[in-house]
Design a protein around this ligand. Structure first.
Ligand SMILES: [Zn+2]
Length: 66
């Protein structure tokens, strides 16, 4: 279980972003050029961008403002 860091972090990149999305966040599906991810604990949403655009790999996560 990955500890939730959604209120601490604003950006993640590289393998850390991929791991965090896969192990902690729920995939809400493709949106525009990336995917939207949601934290099951806090409801924080993230924009994920991958090397394959809206594919399911994530190279960069950016926290969305609410
Ligand atoms: Zn979280």
């Amino acid at each position: 279980m990955v500890p939730c860091r959604c209120h601490v972090l604003n950006h993640l990149s590289g393998a850390i972003a991929a791991d965090y999305a896969r192990t902690h966040l729920d995939d809400l599906g493709a949106s525009g050029t990336g995917r939207t991810w949601e934290c099951p604990d806090t409801g924080v949403r993230w924009s994920g961008e991958g090397l394959n655009g809206a594919g399911d790999t994530v190279d960069r996560l950016r926290r969305q403002e609410r």
